[in-house]
Design a protein around this ligand. Structure first.
Ligand code: PEP
Ligand code: MG
Length: 552
């Protein structure tokens, strides 16, 4: 077995035989010619022919990979008319009295070298493009036509580098993955590979002896494994199965409603920690963001994030979500999330210590900065705020006073803001027991089952020794969820779950039966929960006769 590491430009697993693609390197000889005008005419005719070929490729690419990605072939057509490039070729033919092929090859090398030495990443990548158009011209001048790989069986394509035109001419149904020595994450080949949904690696320094051997491309780890062991092969096959399931879900379930067979609906939102997670939220078609753990903004810095920095982050998330609801949880620092610059004292029981809303109410400057940032961002989408670790109505009243003073302040400063839904996290037994009273104060509840389980069962969620008895299915936890849903609805609140239990597909039918309105889960679990919801039938008599349900 041999393993080569590289950089992944598109994930996924491919299993098959490798096939090394060797370019038809155009053998170009320098020849002395006397009729330079005829040679220049040959170049002009070759350029016209090349443009026709590129137009055909453009039209093919529009269909296969979309207009945006097909544009490279338009760019190539324009490059063929680039005056500097054309002048350079003509000048060499005239002054050195050399053949068209050699002049084109020399100009191609010179321009590619110039682009490659530039500081700008985009311009660097143009080196491959100028090489590509020069090779095309040389092929035409030599009377050769384009030739792709001919193979009857699917293969893992291994190459030194691939020009966009070479990628496009391949029979895609046969290519399992791309592996190249050169190329960059933003090269057009990488973009095309992503569009074609094929795992792709770059920067893999493979040995030519791997040609034709059994191999695996692991687009997650960025590895090419030649002649893998049975164990590795089996585990990769498993990973591949999971991938197929997820892809199938994406194809079948994107855009579909989260509705059971008997017509009951539930919202499925996603949990995030930063702006960069929004791509996965959209890709997995979540209905909104049910928990934005804003403390990550504080955790990744060495000093308090400013109002402006926070505003820019919230604004970016709201703009990317284009009107879909985004629930920002205010700072939940402390316990397992420690930040040096907060200067928190060491505590005997940090999970039950100075944390979350307790810090915010005790150090209102920190809280006010965050609330101002959220309210300023509110005009860029649909934002809601929720407060963590609530144990009393009094805390909520204090929060509401601060919120009102922020709104008054913004109004007096002429800064626009929208109405923002207010919610509390229900993650302490105290909050559960007074949920009827809390419901009078807010618009929604989001149940944090991770902490609720820890506090209800008196089990430290951080202690691995206690993992076997940390049971979120404990009837005490499930009864609490039921109670919160009932009290919330009575008081006019909608109720969701944003802890890990929300993604538990063995419980989703129970939650819907309880009347839960929303679950917020990891972005990559949205579609499997949707799948489960859509296959659930609450009017099925076997569901209601389940003995285990009686305990809650
Ligand atoms: C929870 O406690 O369930 C929750 C969602 O919050 P966190 O996991 O961030 O404490
Ligand atoms: Mg929590």
């Amino acid at each position: 077995m041999q393993k080569y590491n590289g950089k992944s430009v598109f994930g996924g697993i491919a299993i098959g035989k490798t096939l090394i693609f060797r370019k038809n390197e155009n053998q170009v000889r320098r020849k002395h010619i006397t009729n330079t005008e005829a040679e220049i005419l040959r170049v002009d005719e070759a350029r016209e022919k090349a443009k026709e070929e590129l137009q055909e490729l453009y039209e093919k690419a529009v269909i296969e990979v979309g207009e945006q990605n097909a544009m490279i072939f338009e760019v190539h057509q324009m490059m063929l008319d680039d005056q500097d490039y054309v002048d350079s070729v003509i000048h060499m033919i005239k002054t050195e009295e050399i053949n068209a092929e050699f002049a084109v090859a020399s100009a191609g090398d010179n321009f590619a070298e110039m682009f490659a030495s530039m500081d700008d990443e985009y311009m660097k990548e143009r080196a491959a493009d100028v090489k590509d158009i020069s090779n095309r011209l040389i092929k035409i001048l030599q009377g050769n036509s384009d030739s792709g790989i001919q193979s009857e069986v699917p293969y893992i394509l291994v190459a030194d580098d691939l020009a966009p035109s070479e990628t496009l001419q391949l029979d895609k149904s046969k290519v399992l993955a791309f592996v190249t020595r050169k190329g960059s994450t933003n090269s057009h080949t990488a973009i095309l590979a992503r569009m074609m949904n094929i795992p792709a690696l770059i920067g893999v320094n493979y040995d030519e002896s791997c040609d034709g051997k059994d191999a695996i491309v692991d687009g997650y780890e960025g590895a090419l494994v030649i002649e893998p062991t049975i164990e590795i092969l089996d585990s990769m096959k498993e990973k591949q199965q999971e991938d197929h399931y997820k892809k199938k879900l994406q194809l079948e379930l994107k855009g579909k409603d989260n509705v059971t067979l008997d017509g009951k609906r539930i919202d499925i939102y996603a949990n995030i920690g930063s702006v960069s997670d929004v791509a996965a939220v959209l890709q997995n078609d979540a209905g909104g963001i049910g928990l934005f753990r804003s403390e990550f903004l504080y955790l990744e810095k060495h000093t308090f994030p400013t109002e402006e920095e926070q505003f820019q982050t919230y604004k970016a998330v709201l703009e990317n979500m284009a009107g879909k609801k985004v629930i920002i949880r205010t700072l939940d620092i402390g316990a397992d999330k420690q930040v040096d610059y907060f200067g928190l004292e060491k505590e005997e029981n940090p999970a039950m210590g100075y944390r979350a809303i307790r810090i915010c109410l005790n150090q209102p400057d920190i809280f006010r900065t965050q609330l101002r940032a959220i309210y300023r961002a509110s005009v860029y989408g649909t934002v809601a705020i929720m407060y963590p670790m609530i144990i009393s109505v009094d805390e909520v009243k204090q929060i509401k006073e601060i919120v009102q003073s922020i709104k008054d302040e913004l109004t007096s400063q002429g800064i626009p803001f929208h109405d923002v839904e207010q919610g509390v996290m229900i993650e302490t037994p105290a909050a559960v027991m007074i949920s009827d009273l809390l419901a009078e104060e807010v618009d929604f509840f989001s149940i944090g089952t991770n902490d609720l389980t820890q506090y209800t069962l008196a089990i430290d969620r951080q202690n691995p020794k206690l993992d076997p008895i940390y049971n979120a299915h404990h009837p005490a936890v499930l009864r609490m969820i039921r109670m919160v849903v009932e009290n919330g609805h009575k008081g006019g609140c909608w109720v969701g779950i944003c802890g890990e239990l929300g993604a538990d597909t063995t419980l989703i039918e129970e939650f819907i039966n309880m009347g839960l309105d929303e679950v917020s889960v990891s972005p990559n679990l949205v579609l499997s929960v949707r799948d489960k919801v859509r296959n659930t039938n609450l009017s099925d008599p076997t569901f209601h006769s389940k003995k285990s349900r009686e305990v809650y």
